[in-house]
Design a protein around this ligand. Structure first.
Ligand SMILES: [Zn+2]
Ligand SMILES: [Zn+2]
Length: 271
């Protein structure tokens, strides 16, 4: 049974990624500004809220979860899963402003859990959101096929040991937020935050991180998907070219490198 991953939206204007396996549909983040936008994005993948078994929240920035997502989840009784340490801020800042709320479930660092046929292992990444920011490893529940999907879309630096979470993956989704030259030339007031240790990963940082992962992995991923590209300080062509060049320098050419889109789905990846 295949394991499907479809990045639907990616970037500071909204993030949602669809995972499907063995009759389970999981949405990783649901951060579009409107309920209509969320429903449209799902329908572009041939699915709707009634098909979604759970929403998994990486962190509390509004491009990942907000009142629109909470309202949709409440209406369709879709449980929201988030890190235990994010619960207070989530309740105070997001739930309290929603007219209704559905079930909320929590997880902790390194605590594996599953939704239907999909097993989830959360891990912490450095980022400047209130509370905790998580990356995830997804696999079929034990007994299923040997497939591994690793994902971190907002991270400020490459912490010691973080690459280990990405070893032996069949699909890697990693942030490539900005081109260092473009950011340097930018006059945007928050450029210091973007490039800081807790802001976002640059194209070159993503490339170097991937080299480390590939050097230590026993198998190569079927594809790499660059995520959360900045609309101001990056282009899909530049992100892919920079990462490909760094990979090629280390003889890791031949692995397809894609860039997730801000405003439309990338294709469905079947593993
Ligand atoms: Zn984000
Ligand atoms: Zn963020």
């Amino acid at each position: 049974m295949d394991f499907h991953v479809t990045p639907l939206r990616s970037g500071s204007s909204g993030n949602l990624t669809l995972l499907e396996h063995a009759g389970t549909t999981l949405l990783v983040d649901a951060g579009l500004p409107s309920q209509r936008g969320l429903a449209d994005a799902l329908s572009e993948a041939g699915c709707g809220w009634d098909d979604v078994d759970a929403v998994l929240v990486s962190h509390l920035h509004s491009d990942h979860v907000n009142g629109s997502a909470v309202a949709c989840c409440a209406r369709h009784e879709v449980p929201i899963h988030l890190h235990r340490r994010n619960l207070d801020a989530f309740a105070r800042k997001i739930l309290s402003r929603s007219p209704a709320s559905g079930p909320v479930r929590t997880f902790g660092d390194g605590e594996a859990f599953s939704v239907g046929g999909i097993a989830i292992l959360p891990f912490r990444v450095p980022h400047d959101a209130r509370g905790v920011t998580c990356g995830f490893t997804f696999t079929p529940v034990p007994g299923g096929r040997d497939v591994r999907v690793s994902m971190a879309t907002d991270l400020g630096q490459n912490e010691n040991g973080l690459f280990e979470r990405f070893l032996d993956s069949d699909l890697i989704l990693i942030e490539a937020n900005y081109d260092e030259e473009m950011l340097h030339r930018s006059r945007r007031h928050d450029r210091g935050r973007v490039g800081s240790d807790t802001g976002h990963f640059s194209n070159a940082q993503a490339g170097k991180f991937l080299v480390r992962v590939l050097q230590e992995s026993r198998k190569h991923p079927r594809a790499i998907i660059l995520c959360h590209l900045s609309g101001d300080h990056n282009t899909p062509e530049l992100a892919r070219a920079t990462v490909r060049e760094i990979l090629a320098d280390h003889r890791f050419d031949g692995i397809p490198v894609h860039a997730a889109r801000r405003d439309a789905p990338l294709r469905k990846f079947s593993l």
